[in-house]
Design a binder for this molecule. Sequence first.
Ligand SMILES: C[S@@+](CC[C@H](N)C(=O)[O-])C[C@H]1O[C@@H](n2cnc3c(N)ncnc32)[C@H](O)[C@@H]1O
Length: 121
Amino acid sequence: MATTPALHDALLDFTSRENWDKFFALRGDGDSFEWYAEWPQIKAPLLSLLLGEEGTEILVPGCGSSSLSEQLYDLGFRRITNVDFSRVIVADMLRRHARVRPQMRWRVMDMTNMQVRLLRP
Ligand SMILES: C[S@@+](CC[C@H](N)C(=O)[O-])C[C@H]1O[C@@H](n2cnc3c(N)ncnc32)[C@H](O)[C@@H]1O
């Protein structure tokens, strides 16, 4: 990701929702970005933890624009809930995924203050 002074400034405080909204708005929508690891790096260790658990309920807190949940969905995991407190990125992810991955859930929510029930019955 090419950085600009404006993008850099938007991330001076990682805990600020406004900053993340600004960051995602400046960066533009429509594509994925991985902050920590690319899917090929984490696929094997992650699947070794998840496989075998039928109907695994997966929570992706601070999902950002990562492709992690779409990779899992496309492998057959359906009970995935993505949470991020940036309305900007959740709206973008919904636009990108709602039609092709209709069972995936997206919530604008602060992961440090999650008060609603996220798990399905
Ligand atoms: C460094 S990015 C990581 C994004 C993604 N998980 C990845 O690996 O590429 C941090 C993400 O967490 C979100 N975030 C930060 N604090 C949060 C909070 N308290 N509640 C919900 N989301 C939060 C930000 O909006 C941003 O999308």
